[in-house]
Structures are given as C-alpha cells and as structure tokens.
Ligand binder design. Structure first.
Ligand SMILES: Nc1nc2c(c(=O)[nH]1)N[C@H]1C(S)=C(S)[C@@H](COP(=O)(O)O)O[C@H]1N2
Ligand SMILES: [Mo]
Length: 319
C-alpha cells in the first residue's frame, strides 16, 4: 500500500522496566479491560467486554459486506453476509482472553498493551459454523490451513499487514469455530468486529479475527506477521518459539469490599466475607475444582453450574 516504510523494522522493541510510557497509557485508553466487579455477570455485557484492537476500527456502513473466499477451493469468490446468515446458526458462550493478559504486571515488560489482569470476558456469540462456508466452496485435498484476514491494516515492528491468522484444516472444520454476526443477541459493535468476525472457542483471543473479509485455503502454512512473528512462547529471548494456541488455566476474583478510588485497595468488614470469581481454561478442558489460598491456608471453593464447554465457571467460598 505505502511506497516507503516510515517505521523501523526491528524484531523486538526493547523491554521496559519502571514507569509506564506515554505509548502504553495511550494504548490502555484505546483498549479497555473488563471491570473486575463485572465478573459477577455470567455473560459479560458487550460494553464491559475487554477490547483489543491493533490498528484502527474499520468504518463499515450498512450491510453490503462480503467475504472473499480464495485459494485452494473449487468455487472461489465473494460470499454475502445474507448467504452466511442463511446457514444454520449456533449461539455459544465463549470466554475470550487476550494472550497478553498480565503483561503490565511483569518486570521487565514488553512495550505493548499493558494489561494487568483484566483482558477477559465471556459473551454469547451467534454465528454459523465456518464449516458450512468451507463445504459450500469445496476445499481442495491439498488444503492444510485456512487463513482469516481482517479489514484492519497497519504496521508492527516495521511490517505492514492486515491483521490475519490461520487455523489447521482440521481445527477450522470443527463445529465450534463460528463466523459470528451477533454478541449477546445484538449485532456486533464496531469495536468487536462488525459486521462479521471469527470466534475460535478455547483459543486466546488473537485467533478470533474481527472485520473478517477474506478467507484463504492454503496448501502451505500461513506466514502472516500475527501468525509467525507475534504470539509465540519463548523461554529465552532468542530461544525456540512455540506458537500460542489454547488458553491456559486461570482464575480471577471479584474484588471484595469497597475500594479506595485511586489505589483500588479494598476495605472489607470484619467477619465472614463471601469471595466469588471465575475460572477458565482452554481447548474445552473443563474446570472441575478451584482452591483458594489465604494466608498460606488452602481451602476448596464451591463451583457454580457449567455455562458451556468454552465458558468460564463461577466459584464461591467464605473467608
Ligand atoms: N482484525 C482483527 N482481529 C482481531 C484483533 C485485531 O486487532 N484485528 N485483535 C485480536 C486480539 S489480540 C484479541 S485478544 C481479540 C479481542 O477481541 P475483542 O476486542 O472482541 O475482545 O480480537 C482479536 N481479533
Ligand atoms: Mo489479544
């Protein structure tokens, strides 16, 4: 798109220790986190769901959106939103967490969105299994991956690209991977991917490409920036990289008592305190037990009913 690249092409930005930088504060104002007290809601209201947008939110007017299906398919071409919505619909409660959740509490930390612990939410997503569209266009036998490209575009570490991710063929054909047009029963909000996004249950959020406008069947692994450069586990800065996929097990607490406005430190009444929270995992692995540690003593929590295979599970215990 651009003639020359005005941004420096470096592999990794230098880590930060100490005070937050202006860029981190600006990113934190663009990308909101869940308010921890709203972990009480089984389903996170759309306006309280965390948000992570790398580039700009594309402006989409009206319903004329189309998804270009290309690559190793028998019938390439554009598919309209109406056609996508004509396939059988499913609604799934899915907990999404950003793979960068916790980054802001690390030292040193990578210069990026400085989440402390709030990059999580659980919404009811309505769409149709991607499988229906792939069956309609006919995947060729040599397809090994499906790539998903969003309408947003920008630079990261000197690379200009549209936000894109891929899934292995078998994962993409799961009935749980959805082309989604509604969140909590309402059309997607612009910032959550209107008019169409992918939802990949059980995976960290980066797999769930928003503003989806291109699907490509590939005979070789997808090599987009967000797939092969970003989203890798590394034990050492230059060590081997393992791609990030499923969410790992985690739990959060609804902060008890009342807060101090500025520090968010809490005051609770003396006596018995009811503690509640949410626990989740990835890959559809169920949460079967939660233990709480207070002053070195572990105690079991009681679990709320299961909301869904890919949804967080509530827990409660008395302190
Ligand atoms: N097109 C596009 N899709 C995207 C992103 C993006 O920047 N552009 N961010 C990803 C990341 S890193 C996360 S964590 C989730 C966040 O989804 P949400 O903002 O709806 O909570 O969207 C993913 N899908
Ligand atoms: Mo993310």
């Amino acid at each position: 798109m651009s003639q020359s690249n005005p941004f420096t092409a470096s592999e990794r930005r230098a880590n930060i220790e100490g005070p937050f930088q202006r860029e981190e504060v600006a990113l934190a104002n663009r990308n909101s986190g869940i308010l921890l007290e709203t972990l009480r809601h089984d389903v996170t209201p759309a306006g309280m769901h965390y948000l992570l947008n790398h580039f700009d939110v594309p402006y989409v007017a009206g319903d004329a959106w189309q998804v270009e299906v290309a690559g190793r398919v028998a019938k390439p071409g554009a598919i309209s939103l109406d056609e996508i919505r004509s396939f059988p619909a499913r609604t799934l409660p899915v907990t999404l967490e950003c793979a960068g959740n916790g980054r802001g509490a690390m030292s040193p930390r990578y210069p990026s969105m400085p989440w402390v612990s709030e990059a999580v939410g659980n919404a009811a997503w309505t769409g149709t299994p991607l499988r229906h569209v792939l069956e309609r266009v006919g995947l060729r036998d040599d397809t090994i991956e499906i790539a998903f490209i969003g309408a947003d575009r920008g630079f990261d570490r000197g690379h200009e690209h549209a936000f894109g991710r891929s899934l292995k063929r078998e994962a993409a054909l799961s009935d749980d991977v959805l082309l989604v047009w509604a969140m909590n029963g309402q059309p997607l909000l612009p910032q959550h991917g209107f008019p169409l996004r992918l939802i990949v249950p059980g995976w960290y959020g980066m797999a769930s490409v928003k503003w989806l406008n291109r699907i490509e069947a590939l005979a070789k692994p997808y090599d987009g920036f967000q797939q092969v450069v970003a989203y890798q586990y590394r034990a050492q800065p230059d060590g081997p990289r393992t791609p990030i996929t499923h969410m790992r097990v985690k739990s959060l607490l609804v902060p008890p008592g009342i807060p101090d406005w500025y520090t968010r430190k809490r005051l609770v009444d003396a006596g018995r305190v009811e503690l509640t929270g949410r626990a989740w995992s990835g890959g559809g692995v169920p949460i079967v037990r939660v233990d709480i540690e207070i002053d070195g003593r572990w105690m079991p929590a009681e679990l709320d009913p299961v909301l869904g295979k890919f949804a967080w599970r509530g827990w409660r215990c008395t302190w």
